[in-house]
Design a protein. Structure first.
Length: 194
């Protein structure tokens, strides 16, 4: 279960079952930092090619027409750029910006490695960011936001699906939030939540 405990997460990915979590509370470390941080160290095989999606993937957006006290948003992707090859998996730096008023919890998921950069409009209350990824995941978040890595359970990027809905119910119960939006694509490098 997602428990919000403040403990260090290594961002190395791997297998897990269910949304158990480790994390930090905006204090630095590999999972989260409460502000600007250095970009992740890329593997030696990375040649410096810009890491971005080609623009050919269509972003799917699912919106529930409710506004609960705490809004839960899923951002799901297979990858955050197309520069992967056998044995070389550069770390993407996708961005998520929340412009929607209220209190929020984010779940960010990608199969390929990602260091998410999360920003929010003034007055937006971002309570928690949950990251998961088979190949590793971390996040840079606004100050005061809790970041937790949850075990990779193969969260599919195609929505809707039974596994994602079950995870939404579990995360919602633990964070006292309700699923409000899902943003999904095979390749996703930026999202704005309005």
């Amino acid at each position: 279960m997602v428990d919000g405990e403040a403990s260090s997460a290594n961002g190395s990915g791997g297998s897990g079952s269910g949304p158990s979590a480790t994390g930090t509370s905006g204090t630095g470390g590999p999972t989260g930092s409460g502000g600007p941080s250095d970009p992740p160290e890329q593997p030696d095989c990375y040649d410096g090619t810009p890491l971005q999606c080609t623009g050919e993937d269509e972003l799917g957006i699912w919106v529930e027409r409710i506004t609960p006290d705490v809004q839960l948003h899923f951002v799901l992707a297979y990858e955050t750029h197309g520069e992967h090859s056998s044995g070389c998996h550069p770390i993407g730096m996708p961005s998520v910006h929340i412009a929607r008023p209220g209190s929020h919890v984010l779940l960010l998921s990608t199969y390929e490695p990602a260091h998410w950069v999360v920003t929010a409009d003034p007055g937006v209350q971002l309570q928690q960011v949950l990251v998961t990824g088979y190949s590793g995941a971390s996040a840079e978040v606004p100050a005061g936001t809790t970041v937790s890595e949850i075990g990779w359970d193969g969260v599919p990027h195609d929505w809707p699906n039974a596994q994602g809905k079950q995870l939404a119910a579990e995360v919602g119960a633990v964070t006292n939030s309700e699923l409000t939006t899902v943003h999904t694509a095979y390749c996703l490098d930026s999202v704005r939540i309005d």
